[in-house]
Design a protein around this ligand. Structure first.
Ligand code: ADP
Length: 575
């Protein structure tokens, strides 16, 4: 780094020095040379005019050759005197006539035409540059030739000095560049070291540069960034620790899997669940081998949707409810809830209800039987005995229905009742129901009908256990007759929906207020308790219907328009 900065500084200095030297040479050197030349020129013009004057006045006193020699000596220049034809009359350096005709020389041509003429050229004989100035005199012209070799020598000397100064400046620059590069590179190296430490994860590393120049500002910016990253990192670590503690304190097992199926993280309950422990960064199948669990995780990863499953082979004899949710950057996180205890409690509850119902059946049948026998043997006018017996019979009948319904519900819920599903045309199910209830409905003064028979022909067959579906229709039609009788008619029907057929039982009675609709299928939920009891209801009919539908892979719901009647709809999957 040091030599890089040094070389760059040197190159810059060199360019500056060269540019300065050339500029000096061109501007100052040139100007100085020009002013020297002007000075010489002015002098020479004066001297030439003085010479001309002397030639004019002293021609009689001295010969032209003498004048030329004297003047040449005093002016330090060559003196030439010519006649109007250009023939040399006297010359301080060669004799008269020794030089060819000079009338055509620029300065003489001007002087012969009456003006002071000047020219500068190299002497053909000596080869050095000369400044020639000629002035007219009567009967010819005079000329002084001054050698300019001095000017050239001085210029050369100036250039030498300039070169020497540049050389000195260069060495000085070398020294300055070395110190500057050393100083700068030392500061930059500190910044590079600091940045490298931060990049390697040492977020507490600081450069701590005190200067406020550009380099200082860069160091300050890196320090500030490191401080910010350190703070954010601390916040992330703290929330990560909180999350870890939270996840570890959960009862449910949690495991995170990357998009390529490797275990990323697992909480402690997960670790305890699998005998070999969680294998981080290994395929998830090495930790959990349950196919339903693996399928849910894979599906959540690929579809980016929450998937649920029931896994029974993670730990022998235990069942888990698996919820796999996709992670934002690929992969999924799965939560495993142990269902064993819940299912055991649920089973105990169901068994208890079934057992109680079963146990109550016999004594209730007996009470009913004896009450009826006693009623039969009591004379018509035997009040109040007859009235009491009637009450006993009615209530024991109600209890018998209740135990029967509870038993049915417990058996359907537990899966004890096996449904024999087979492909059945929807029309047949509707006809069976209509046939069974037509007369009962009529006895209630209600018209029971199937809606649009022609529509049913085109419907696909559904997978259903005829008897069970008959039971569902029975419960719904019974309710329609009990609670929707005021409408005067009940309509049955079916229509096609995607992958299923939807059946419905519609009455035109008082309807059900919307707040009751979501709870209608709960056990013992009744809108009007007194009315239900009076009509012999148990509050279990819809709950039984719901469980039968769930066992068929279907669903059931209710729609109602208060004062306009209710519609109960259930779907059965197509065969
Ligand atoms: P219940 O033996 O009381 O009829 P269900 O489970 O069959 O029990 O029905 C639950 C409650 O839903 C009933 O008590 C009644 O209040 C209401 N219900 C059911 N069907 C209808 C209907 N067609 N019209 C109005 N209310 C109804």
């Amino acid at each position: 780094m040091r030599s890089g900065i040094f070389l760059k500084l040197m190159a810059a200095f060199l360019v500056v020095i060269l540019a300065a030297a050339v500029t000096f040479d061109v501007t100052l050197g040139g100007a100085w040379q020009a002013s020297l030349r002007n000075e010489i020129e002015r002098n020479l013009v004066q001297k030439t005019q003085l010479l001309a004057h002397r030639v004019e006045t002293d021609r009689s006193g001295h010969s032209l050759a003498d004048i030329a020699a004297q003047e040449a000596q005093s002016a330090g220049a060559r003196v030439t005197i010519i006649d109007p034809a250009g023939n040399v009359l006297a010359d301080s350096e060669s004799g008269a006539g020794a030089v060819e005709n000079v009338a055509q020389r620029k300065e003489f041509a001007a002087a012969l035409s009456g003006r002071v003429g000047e020219d500068q050229r190299r002497s053909a004989t000596i080869g050095t540059p000369f400044l020639y100035v000629a002035a007219p005199v009567s009967g010819g012209a005079v000329r002084l030739a001054y050698p300019l070799s001095d000017v050239e020598a001085v210029s050369l000397q100036v250039r030498r000095r300039l070169e020497l100064a540049s050389g000195l400046a260069f060495f000085f620059a070398l020294f300055v560049a070395a110190i500057a590069s050393q100083w700068t590179s030392r500061r930059l190296e500190r910044i590079v070291d600091g940045a490298a430490r931060i990049a390697d994860g040492d977020l507490q590393a600081r450069i701590l540069e005190t200067s406020h120049d550009e380099i200082g500002r860069v160091a300050g910016a890196i320090d500030k960034t490191a401080r910010r990253v350190e703070q954010s990192f601390a916040a992330v670590r703290s929330s990560q620790r909180q999350l870890e503690t939270l996840l570890n304190s959960m009862q449910d097992a949690v495991i995170a899997v990357s998009a390529d199926g490797l275990v990323q993280w697992a909480n402690q309950p997960m670790d305890r669940l699998v005998p070999q422990g969680t294998r981080l960064q290994q395929p998830v199948v090495e930790t959990v081998r349950d196919p339903d669990f693996l399928a849910a995780v894979k599906e959540a990863t690929t579809t980016h949707e929450v998937k649920t499953a029931r896994a029974t082979s993670i730990v022998p004899g235990r069942a888990f409810d698996v919820t796999a949710a996709p992670l934002p950057d690929g992969g999924a996180v799965a939560v495993l809830r142990d269902l064993t205890e819940t299912e055991r409690v649920e089973k105990t509850r169901r068994d208890f209800i079934a057992n109680v119902s079963h146990e109550l059946r016999t004594p209730l049948t007996s009470i009913q039987g004896y009450a009826e026998t006693l009623l039969d043997s009591t004379p018509e006018n035997g009040a109040p005995t007859r009235e009491f017996l009637e009450i006993i019979r009615k209530n024991s009948g109600r209890m018998a229905r209740l135990t029967e319904d509870l038993l049915t519900l417990a058996r359907v819920e537990s899966g004890e009742t096996r449904f024999e599903s087979e492909p059945v045309p929807p029309a047949e199910l509707l006809h069976d129901a209509e046939e069974s209830f037509r007369e009962i409905a009529r006895s209630h003064g209600i018209d029971l009908q199937i809606q649009d028979l022609s529509l049913l022909e085109g419907l696909p067959q559904v997978l259903a256990d005829r008897e069970a579906i008959h039971q569902v229709f029975a419960n719904l039609i019974d309710n329609a007759l009990k609670y929707g009788a005021s409408g005067g008619r009940v309509v049955l029907g079916a229509r096609s929906v995607p992958h299923a057929v939807e059946f419905f039982v519609q009455d035109f009675g008082a309807g059900i207020a919307s707040e009751h609709l979501p709870r209608l299928f709960e056990r013992f939920y009744r809108v009007d308790k007194a009315r239900s009891r009076e009509s012999g209801g148990t509050g279990l009919g819809l709950a039984i219907a719901k469980h039968i539908m769930l066992a068929h892979g279907g669903s059931i719901r209710a729609e109602s328009d208060l004062a306009h009647g209710s519609t109960f709809l259930f779907t059965l999957p197509t065969a």
